[in-house]
Design a protein around this ligand. Structure first.
Ligand SMILES: C=CC1=C(C)c2cc3[nH]c(cc4nc(cc5[nH]c(cc1n2)c(C)c5CCC(=O)O)C(CCC(=O)O)=C4C)c(C)c3C=C
Ligand SMILES: [Fe+2]
Ligand SMILES: [Fe+2]
Length: 342
């Protein structure tokens, strides 16, 4: 049988309007892997309160980044799927979004008859609220078919050379002529509780400041450990002075403790410490989206200048850059059973 490829990403509203953002937030925040509280509380917070309160501001933020082709996350993810199709002659490549359209169900229906299906969660670092929930949906849908396909799942690629090279290449191209005096690696944040839950020993993650200094069995699925591993690999690959870099976490939501330090606070502190030319990379996002373009590129840049900084450069995500499309094509081919490789 012929193999297929399923790219997974988060999903995005259909339009930058309150009417479209509200059901998107409702679906997203009703996910027990995202809001991991008792079901009645989740139904109230995620199914009603947060979408109601947040949808107006969120729709305005989406409107500020929307393109003629649509939401950046969807546009870049579709471009990556197309670039992969070109490189994987003969393989069917479909994009499935965890929330909204094109859904995982629709993508798997389009891949009917393909076997195996190489499944690629487009998240470099593992989190239950990103990779975990997308894979749970793939297993549910694929598992309900009469002829269940074989699935080959590409593992988190947080320090894979193809990913690290791509981020470094885009950064080098984008920062040519920008003499950064500090580089910030800003990752999507996560509640601390989620980090602790990913530790099978229950004793390692967040127990002390060095828990993410290396990947060990206890933090093999720890999002924070994966993020720090990405930072270490990028510092080395980009030849940066570690003293002129920092890792921080953005986009926190709600009142639970999220993993520090927080990007918005770090950006202001850096300006206060005399950093003038700040470059920011967002290596937990493979595709540019609300969290990179608006939160960092608009809000972060504004906050940095208000606090005394001079120049701010947001490095774009790897999107459908040729280096990344080449690298991902290699990752897919390497994941195929040997009798399917060209
Ligand atoms: C990079 C991986 C991601 C993790 C891990 C993640 C966890 C997580 N997110 C929320 C809440 C929100 N995230 C939102 C947007 C958003 N999140 C990711 C990725 C991860 N989230 C992306 C790529 C995007 C952008 C989507 C787009 O359309 O561009 C939003 C919606 C936007 C907003 O209103 O701010 C929310 C809400 C939680 C609670 C969480 C972990 C528990
Ligand atoms: Fe998120
Ligand atoms: Fe950890």
């Amino acid at each position: 049988m012929r193999p297929g490829v399923l790219l997974l990403n988060l999903g995005t509203p259909q339009a930058p309007t309150r009417a479209a953002v509200k059901p998107y937030l409702r679906q997203f925040l009703s996910d027990p892997r995202v809001l991991d509280v008792a079901a009645p509380l989740r139904a109230f917070l995620g199914g009603f309160l947060i979408p109601t309160v947040r949808s107006k501001r969120s729709a305005q933020a989406y409107a500020s980044i929307w393109t003629d082709e649509g939401s950046p996350l969807l546009v870049h993810s579709q471009a990556l799927a197309a670039a992969l199709r070109e490189r994987l002659d003969g393989l069917q490549v479909e994009l499935g979004m965890r929330y909204g359209e094109p859904s995982i169900e629709r993508a798997l229906a389009a891949l009917e008859g393909c076997d195996p299906i190489v499944t690629v969660p487009l998240y470099p670092q593992y989190a239950s609220s990103s990779t975990g929930t997308a894979l749970e949906e793939v297993y549910r849908v694929a598992g309900s078919a009469w002829n269940t396909p074989s699935l080959v799942v590409v593992p988190p690629f947080y320090d894979h050379p193809a990913f690290i090279d791509s981020v470094a290449t885009v950064a080098r191209e984008h920062l040519a002529g920008f003499d950064a005096d500090f580089v910030l690696f800003s990752y999507h944040g996560l509640p601390e509780r989620h980090v602790r839950k990913s530790d099978p020993t229950g004793a390692h993650c967040l127990a002390d400041r060095s828990c993410c200094d290396a990947i060990v069995p206890a933090n093999a699925s720890c999002y924070r450990a994966h993020c720090f591993a990405t930072t270490r690999a990028l510092i080395e690959r980009m030849g940066l002075d570690p003293e002129r870099t920092e890792t921080s976490f953005q986009s926190r939501l709600g009142r639970d403790p999220w993993i520090p330090p927080f990007t918005d606070e770090v950006i202001e502190e850096l300006a206060g410490r005399g950093v003038k030319r700040l470059a920011v990379l967002c290596p937990s996002f493979v595709a540019d989206c609300l969290e990179t373009v608006e939160e960092i590129g608009i809000e972060g840049a504004h906050a940095f200048r208000e606090a005394g900084g001079e120049d701010f450069a947001l490095v774009p995500c790897i999107n459908a850059h040729a280096t990344w499309a080449d690298g991902l094509a290699r990752i897919v081919v390497d994941a195929l059973p040997t009798d399917h490789r060209a």
